[in-house]
Design a protein around this ligand. Structure first.
Ligand code: SF4
Ligand code: SF4
Length: 602
């Protein structure tokens, strides 16, 4: 077995401990320096070749700063990159192909962005030799016989023009005082652009081009970033999380715009957490698995449908690797009826801010006991306003809040980290439902992967970590009604599906009532009994339809999106049909934009 040891520089505090990681190491006690203090860096160094992998240092460290894991020996020759000593290690790379979209799927911290940075030329792969990096000739030699050999040869000779849409949009927009149109008109950027006007229209971004970047929302910035990336002339296009902050409508539009690139024979590589979008966009998929923050392994290439199914199954048959204990399964959410006991109903409501501007009309409806309602619709259509009306956070003239007298637990869309303390201290302030008090760790904290974050300061948490803490706090609270606005934002694919399952189980068990605003249709499918569809003109007027069954609501929704969906026969998950495909045509003829019956394979 090979060994990967990682020292987390943010967590390690040698001044606040007695360095038990070193004093308890059995190898050190036997006078073999498997771990020693690097006084210059102020961090311990684990010498992987000398370390036995016993894990004693990992257990002894009071700050959870160490990870030591075994990896198969044969992988050692396949290390592509390591940033430095005792840091994350990436094995293998995705193999992009001309005229195809290659999608990457995997948890956060598993190496997707590192792989994209290497393929973009931003990071030169060092094959694990961070202290004596190899030359381009050595790198090219390593990939002899694979498509990556030519890719790196062209890259090293400057023969590939690579256009990147980074994950962090500030990398693309360092000067937020500029207007989007300034960037589009910047000669060096888009002088060869083929159809930038068409791309801007396809992304519904025309109105955004004249505005200052600093005034745009996250979703608007993402659309500008996509327009800018797709409009530029290149050979290879890289998109790191293109769906972030976009609503479902915008996701479908963005997918169509990205697909336009491969129709021109371009090479596209992207990383995406929304499974519907990943599947719809990709021609081939690579899975990334391993241990987040420690090491990541890129799988061989799979077809898009098979790749997503293998990921959900947690087992890669051609590599004989199980990377998750349990498969993620989709119950027949779409077949669920609204047959639970009657709960809370609300009358017709109309709301406008100060009696002018945006207006929201809410049709009378009801939520059943133990029911989760997915709230679907474009951005700016009043979904959050509806949630606030239900929560009694916004006054509705002449109507008493329908939830008056009920205890409400609310997770807003925007979450801030102003709390001065640790995540554990924050969660300890939540009045936990009595039935969850003894099982909070087992039912919520553990599954959401929060156990190791409890000692971390809230203001140091990443967006995804903060989101998970907020979801946990909301669902643990002793309440009747749960209003959860965009729980999937910033979460990776697995965290989204876990959060959906946790929310659903607890609401059902506690016979509560939940409204969840969700843009990820796979997550919505996993958690919802019913859906509420919002229609109208974003920013002008919105209409909230009464809750309906999942199948009925999604059919209406997809008809408006002008895209047909079916369920995958193996996993039951939602799949978007490729436009113009045989199934797409058949479903359209029948007016069945969503086919709830799982088609039998074969
Ligand atoms: S790894 Fe842990 S035990 Fe070792 S020096 Fe750092 S904080 Fe102390
Ligand atoms: S894993 Fe065991 S042998 Fe390796 S450094 Fe830690 S304590 Fe020493």
């Amino acid at each position: 077995m090979g060994r990967v040891a990682v020292v987390d520089a943010d967590r390690c505090k040698p001044k606040d401990c007695t360095r038990p990681c070193i004093s308890f190491c059995p190898m050190v006690r036997g006078r073999v320096e498997a771990i020693r203090m690097d006084e210059e860096r102020g961090l311990p160094v684990i010498v992987e070749e000398l370390c036995s992998g016993c894990g004693i240092c990992v257990k002894k460290c009071p700050f959870h700063a160490l990870k030591v894991l075994n990896v198969p020996e044969e992988l050692e020759g396949e290390c592509v990159h390591r940033y430095g000593p005792n840091s994350f290690k990436l094995y293998r790379l995705p193999i992009p192909r001309r005229g195809l979209i290659t999608g990457l799927i995997g948890k956060n911290g598993i190496g997707k962005t590192t792989a994209l940075r290497i393929l973009s030329g931003e990071v030169k792969p060092n094959l694990g030799e961070w202290s004596t990096p190899p030359s381009w000739d050595e790198v090219i030699r390593r990939f002899r016989g694979s498509l990556l050999q030519n890719y790196f040869r062209d890259l090293s000779m400057g023969r590939l023009r690579i256009i990147v849409k980074p994950q962090n949009l500030l990398d693309l927009f360092p000067d937020m005082d500029l207007k989007a149109s300034d960037l589009m008109e910047d000669g060096g950027e888009v002088e060869e652009a083929s159809d930038s006007k068409g791309v801007i229209e396809a992304l519904d971004a025309a109105d955004l081009m004249g505005k200052r970047l600093s005034t745009l929302s996250g979703g608007e910035l993402q659309r500008v970033a996509l327009a800018l990336t797709i409009s530029r002339e290149g050979d290879v296009y890289i998109f790191d999380e293109p769906s972030s902050h976009l609503d479902v409508y915008q996701r479908i539009r963005a997918s169509k715009a990205v697909r336009g690139l491969v129709e021109k024979g371009k090479t596209v590589i992207l990383s995406e957490h929304d499974l519907v979008m990943l599947d719809y966009l990709s021609d081939q998929v690579c899975l990334l698995y391993g241990e987040p923050g420690v090491y990541g392994i890129v799988s061989h290439v799979h077809g898009a449908r098979q790749g997503v199914n293998v990921y959900l199954d947690g087992y890669i048959p051609d590599e004989n690797v199980r990377f998750r204990r349990e498969a993620i399964k989709f119950q027949a959410a779409s077949m669920r009826m609204r047959d639970k006991p009657l709960g809370i109903s609300w009358p017709e409501m109309e709301f406008s801010y100060n009696g002018e501007g945006f207006t929201l009309r809410v049709h009378a409806g009801d939520v059943r006991s133990g029911e989760v309602i997915a709230v679907l619709g474009p951005n700016g259509i009043g979904k959050t306003t509806f949630i606030k009306l239900i929560a009694g956070l916004l006054p509705c003239r002449g109507v008493r809040p329908p939830t008056e007298g009920y205890r409400v637990s609310y997770k807003p869309q925007q979450i801030y980290s102003r709390f001065e303390g640790t995540a554990g201290e924050l969660l300890s302030r939540v009045e936990v439902a009595p039935s969850l008090r003894d099982v909070a760790e087992e039912r919520v904290i553990g599954p959401l992967g929060l156990s190791h974050l409890l000692d971390k300061r809230v203001d140091r948490l990443s967006g995804g970590e903060l989101q998970k803490i907020a979801v946990a706090a909301c669902i643990l609270r002793d309440a009747d009604i749960y209003l959860i606005d965009e729980p999937s934002a910033y979460l990776d694919v697995e965290e989204r599906l876990t959060a959906s399952r946790v929310i659903r189980e607890i609401v059902e068990e506690r016979k509560g009532y939940a409204f969840v605003v969700e843009h990820d249709l796979t997550a919505a499918h996993l958690l919802a009994d019913a859906v509420m569809i919002f229609q109208g003109v974003p920013g002008v007027k919105g209409e909230a339809n009464p809750p309906t069954t999942f199948g009925e609501g999604v059919n209406t929704f997809l008809k408006e999106l002008d895209v047909t969906f079916r369920r995958d026969p193996e996993t039951g998950r939602l799949r978007a049909n490729k436009p113009g495909s045989r199934i797409d045509r058949i479903q359209r003829e029948k007016g069945e934009y969503y086919a709830a019956t799982v088609p039998q394979s074969g």
